[in-house]
Design a protein around this ligand. Structure first.
Ligand SMILES: [Zn+2]
Length: 240
């Protein structure tokens, strides 16, 4: 990683970066994100990651703006895909929510709790994000022209994410009350319990999610990245 970004990382995060770069013999890049931030983005400066079998790049929003807790988050994504053999979920057909939103939500159940072991972790970020969901996005979803399946899926993902990413916060109660009122709490909790039994294996989490969401397993692929050999392989979820 370019030294002007690497120098913004404290020792434990730098050690994670060094391990990724040493074991794969690839430098982690930092580039400006070519896509504009969504107009309703909760955090317009948020970082993102682009990773494939050849390269991993942390995408920043403004030159030089490189918040360490965000960088840690993206490095943990890279660690999973490159060092731990974790596949990425891909769907043959468009779905709502989209494949990256579903895949990210599942991945966050594993990596956000891991962030707590690092000195730069900022748990308030996730509490604020969950608060934004339940006080703004969820009410808008219920009153908008959205099909019931999309609402169901967002209820399941939103509840599970809230309980695991902001466990000790008052927002868990807010979410529970909102879901009870809309009639989604029972199914959302069944989903959460099923996902917990599958953690941290993406293959199993993806199968649980597709089952609950009504996505046919034969239309789901898992992409595995081998950064050392520069090879990407795919498996059908229905073949596992
Ligand atoms: Zn993420």
């Amino acid at each position: 990683m370019e030294s002007r970004y690497r120098s913004k990382l404290t020792r434990d995060v730098r050690a994670l970066l060094d391990r990724i770069e040493f074991e794969t013999q690839h430098e982690v890049g930092v580039e400006l994100n070519p896509d504009p931030s969504a107009p309703d983005s909760f955090n317009p400066e948020h970082l993102a990651v682009r990773v494939n079998e050849h390269s991993a790049t942390i995408l920043i929003r403004s030159d030089g703006v490189f918040p360490e807790s965000g960088a840690l988050h993206e490095l943990l994504h890279i660690e999973r895909f490159w060092l731990q053999g974790t596949p990425q979920l891909e769907l043959d057909s468009p779905w709502t929510p989209g494949q990256s939103e579903i895949a990210n939500a599942l991945e966050h159940l594993v990596i956000v709790p891991r962030q707590r072991y690092y000195s730069c972790d900022d748990p308030s970020y996730w509490v604020d994000q969950m608060r934004n969901i339940w006080t703004s996005r969820w009410p808008a979803l219920l009153t908008g022209r959205v099909d019931q399946d999309t609402i169901r899926i967002r209820a399941m993902l939103g509840w599970t994410t809230t309980v695991h990413l902001a466990p000790a916060s008052d927002i868990v109660k807010t979410a529970r009350d909102a879901l009870r009122q809309s009639g989604h709490l029972t199914e959302a909790e069944r989903f959460r319990e099923a996902i917990v039994t599958a953690l941290p294996r993406t293959e199993r989490m993806a199968a649980v999610a597709c089952d609950f969401f009504g996505i046919p397993l034969a239309t789901c692929r898992l992409a595995y990245l081998n950064a050392i050999a520069g090879v990407r392989t795919e498996k059908r979820l229905s073949d596992l």
